[in-house]
Design a protein around this ligand. Structure first.
Ligand code: R5P
Length: 289
């Protein structure tokens, strides 16, 4: 197998190649030093792929990575591989998976449709909703990244795994079971895209070390508020761990209240401290025809 990476997914793709014993294929992402002056993307796959089984690994964040991925898939297809597996560690636009108002784009569907072209199968992770899988026009599967979060927590001293809201309970449960820790949950109400509120709930956190788990950190509002709530209730140490760390806007300012912030390598950032390569490798292996 050969692994081809989008420019924002090189670290994870290298890990994946190492884990699966595949060859990592070099890609040039710039034609001229400094790139095109207008910011347009460029890709050139630097290896032969004819007859090979190829995994193209690329998250769709930030937006320019979507254009780059379309170029990459086109370049890969023209090199006549036997099979193309598109591995999308983080699939963005998942929240717009329905038409909430007439005339709106169903963004997740539009993206999934375009990324299906010329691909044999799709493997992704931590989708906003599993229903998004059916938007792809080729067989698509999702693997969980939460075991990787659980592995990471084993390297830290933690007494309790906490879900910041009901939606994160299934993730906290999975992480708790992978790390062998107890879990609990807060009750969150979302006011708008930027504002959340917590209902008062007494937790047994006094003097304890707590790990808040969420599948995505976007603006940081959810986990920062949860961290403040835990500190107000006497938690000694608050770590925040997520699968997809986007950290948009002033997220890092908000997260300054936390003792530690950690995320996987689905979207690389200064918080990236663990890899989901083992989970993706297992997913690829399970799909191999
Ligand atoms: C909600 O559906 C997700 O699980 C996260 O809680 C949410 O995306 C986090 O967003 P933010 O960091 O902007 O509060």
């Amino acid at each position: 197998m050969k692994v081809v990476a989008g420019s924002a997914s090189v670290g994870l793709a290298r890990e994946l190649a190492k884990t699966t014993g595949a060859d990592f294929v070099d890609v040039a992402y710039e034609k001229h030093a400094g790139g095109f002056p207008d910011g347009e993307r460029y890709v050139r796959v630097m290896d032969a792929l004819e007859g090979e089984s190829v995994s193209v690994v690329a998250s769709t964040h930030p937006d320019p990575m979507i254009v780059e991925l379309l170029l990459l898939l086109d370049a890969v297809r023209d090199l006549r591989p036997r099979r193309v597996t598109l591995v999308i560690p983080y699939f963005g636009y998942g929240r717009q998976d329905r038409r909430f108002e007439s005339g709106e784009a169903v963004s997740a569907k539009a993206l999934a449709r375009h990324l299906s072209e010329g691909v044999d199968e799709v493997l992704t992770m931590g989708l906003h909703s599993p229903d998004i899988l059916k938007f792809f026009e080729v067989p698509a599967r999702e693997v969980s990244g939460m075991p990787a979060v659980g592995r990471f927590l084993k390297t830290r001293e933690i007494d309790l795994v906490l879900a910041p809201d009901r939606g994160a309970v299934r993730h906290a449960k999975e992480v708790a079971s992978a790390s062998g820790k107890p879990w609990d949950a807060l009750e969150k109400t979302r006011i708008d895209s930027y504002t959340v509120r917590f209902e008062p709930k007494r937790l047994d956190v006094r003097g304890r070390r707590v790990a808040i788990i969420d599948d995505v950190i976007s603006t940081g509002g959810t986990v920062a508020l949860a961290a403040k709530e835990l500190q107000a209730q006497g938690a000694k140490h608050v770590l925040v761990a997520t699968l997809h760390g986007l950290f948009v806007g002033n997220a890092w300012d908000k997260l300054a209240v936390c003792d530690e912030v950690a995320s996987s390598d689905t979207v690389p950032s200064r918080a990236t401290k663990f890899s989901v390569a083992p989970e993706l490798a297992a997913g690829i292996k399970a799909a191999r025809p």
